[in-house]
Design a protein around this ligand. Structure first.
Ligand code: OAD
Length: 246
């Protein structure tokens, strides 16, 4: 067995609380594109522009149609072995997840596995819909392409995701920070670690005593602070780490 995987298994076996800090690489093997890199979503300048708050304000129909199309495509993909193995960790340790992903795939894997754990969506969720004016939750099944409005105040409905130029959800981020402070081990799975304040979570976990384990086929901005680095895809590495756990 790969020594890094064996070490990760030992660290998890000795941990009381584990924080998994997750990025789009975890969903890559489900066919969901990552953001950066050659095939990343942001290699298309139009997509990078659509993910900005000012574009939503200026051209709501265009942005909301793009999100509706994203929701449609996301419903067609399935969790991969990395999602399932991560979810199953909750059977063995006190697991909390801070995810930057908005795709809901980990939650679907958890449901299939019959496990429950806290998932803090620091960048929101594509399948929650809120009013952009009053903030009320709305029917998640509305068709965003039809630019629906809020029943309470008439404001424009939108997906509950964080766009560039917007703040992170405060209470969610606070909960993720407190999980980072409690963690004995922090798994960094499939993230470039470029985007702050989210990328501050594993840093904080490390500063408060957690061992940091990175699972990523490529070097990230956070590789340098990690105690264990597994240079493999999450869909392969997570089941292997689970096996090493014993
Ligand atoms: P990035 O596209 O920045 O990074 C994806 C990471 O996943 C890279 O480090 C890849 O090497 C790694 N990766 C690719 N395939 C993988 C695999 N099969 N297994 C494991 N890792 C793999 O995506 P994020 O780090 O998720 O924010 O990006 C962070 C934030 O940037 C996103 O949440 C989004 C974006 O701006 C908002 O939308 C607010």
């Amino acid at each position: 067995m790969d020594e890094a995987i064996a070490r990760a298994g030992r660290l998890l076996a000795g941990a009381d609380e584990v924080l998994a800090f997750v990025g789009s690489g975890l969903s890559a093997e489900s066919g969901v594109p990552t953001f950066r890199g050659e095939d990343g979503l942001f290699s298309d300048p139009e997509v990078a522009e659509l993910a900005r708050r000012e574009t939503l304000e200026r051209e709501p129909e265009r942005v909301l149609s793009w999100f509706e199309e994203g929701r449609r495509r996301m419903r067609e993909v399935d969790p991969n072995p990395g999602h399932y193995a991560l979810a199953r960790l909750a059977d063995r340790v006190e697991l909390t997840v801070a995810t930057q992903n908005v795709d809901g795939l980990l939650e679907r894997a958890a449901e299939t596995e019959g496990v429950e754990f806290d998932v803090h969506h620091v960048h929101g969720s594509l399948f929650d819909v809120v009013c952009g004016d009053c903030g009320r939750q709305a029917d998640p099944d509305v068709d965003l392409a039809e630019t629906p409005t809020c029943e309470a105040c008439g404001g424009m409905l939108r997906p509950d995701v964080v766009l560039f130029g917007e703040m992170l959800p405060r209470a969610t981020f606070d909960a993720a920070e407190s999980a980072a402070g409690r963690a004995d081990v922090c798994l960094l799975i499939g993230t470039s670690g470029i985007v702050y304040p989210a990328a501050g979570l594993p840093r904080q976990a490390g500063e408060t005593g957690a061992e940091l384990v990175e699972i990523n086929p490529r070097e990230s901005e956070l590789s340098g602070i990690c105690d264990v680095v597994i240079r493999r895809n999450a869909g392969e590495a997570m089941p292997a780490v689970e096996e090493a756990f014993g």
